[in-house]
Design a protein around this ligand. Structure first.
Ligand SMILES: *[C@@H]1O[C@H](CO)[C@@H](O)[C@H](O)[C@H]1NC(C)=O
Ligand SMILES: *[C@@H]1O[C@H](CO)[C@@H](O)[C@H](O)[C@H]1NC(C)=O
Length: 243
């Protein structure tokens, strides 16, 4: 029922972009990869909230270490895990809400993402996912926990030098705009795209206010690529939303 969301495409795009910036601006090293977004970035948070959008059963996780369905909407790792590994950080990014993770586990990378969420708060409501606003509130908490656990200087270093990646937006179309009339009645497609772009800009500003400086937004894959897109996205024929 939930999308693979063109996983291979997303992996290739994210990894190549990050390696590109790793070769340039990130020469000083990245202490942590910090993720926001939807199922393309949720490494298990939805296991710990009340939602139907969970990837904690087979065949999810079939090719993950130990064949474990961790909550990732993937047979194996997500693009964020590959990005983390490519930057010399852990090969699997932990989920913020996992109660077994200490702040020390999370200091070298964390995912705040929640499968089913969108840039639009209404999208998150449809599947009871965490909104981007809630995810950024968790970043604020995380920053406090880092201060307590690691000290002020280390916390500031992690927060200012981390690579923040947003991977979100497909659900706004595939679970919201093209399915329910709530948004379609109010916005034409081009106006909805502007609304989403404004929400994206606001999310980036919120991370900046908390001290983040290296922010990357993943482009959307062609919406008709995943099976759910083929079913729901008839209006997408002939075009793909570019990131
Ligand atoms: C936390 O760790 C304990 C002991 O290893 C395990 O039994 C439990 O299932 C874990 N909880 C979660 C939510 O992973
Ligand atoms: C989502 O909700 C939060 C608070 O409830 C609000 O601050 C934020 O502006 C909303 N985002 C959008 C895109 O409407």
């Amino acid at each position: 029922m939930f999308p693979q969301q063109g996983k291979a495409v997303v992996v290739a795009v994210v990894v190549s972009h990050v390696l590109l910036i790793a070769g340039k601006g990130l020469a000083g090293g990245v202490p942590a990869v910090i993720m926001f977004g939807d199922s393309t970035a949720d490494t298990g948070n939805n296991n710990f909230i009340q939602t139907m959008a969970r990837g904690n059963y087979p065949p999810y996780g079939r090719d993950f270490a130990g064949g474990l369905a961790t909550g990732r909407f993937s047979n194996g790792r997500l693009s964020v895990d590959f990005v983390s590994e490519a930057l010399g950080l852990p090969p699997a990014v932990p989920a913020y809400l996992d109660p077994n993770r200490t702040i020390h586990d999370l200091a070298s990378g964390v995912s705040f993402a929640s499968a089913g969420t969108g840039l639009d708060n209404v999208t998150a409501q449809i599947l009871s996912a965490m909104t981007l606003t809630q995810q950024i509130e968790h970043l604020r908490q995380y920053k406090e926990k880092l201060r307590w656990g690691k000290g002020e200087a280390a916390a500031n270093h992690i927060i200012s030098q981390a690579l923040y990646i947003f991977s979100v937006g497909t659900s706004d179309f595939l679970h919201n705009y093209f399915v329910f009339p709530i948004r379609g009645d109010r916005f034409s497609l081009p106006r909805y795209e502007v609304y989403l772009a404004d929400a994206a800009a606001e999310a980036v500003r919120a991370v900046h206010r908390l001290g983040g400086r290296r922010v990357k937004f993943v482009g959307l894959p062609p919406l008709r690529a995943p099976p759910v897109g083929r079913r729901r996205c008839a209006p997408c024929t002939g075009w793909a939303v570019a990131g």
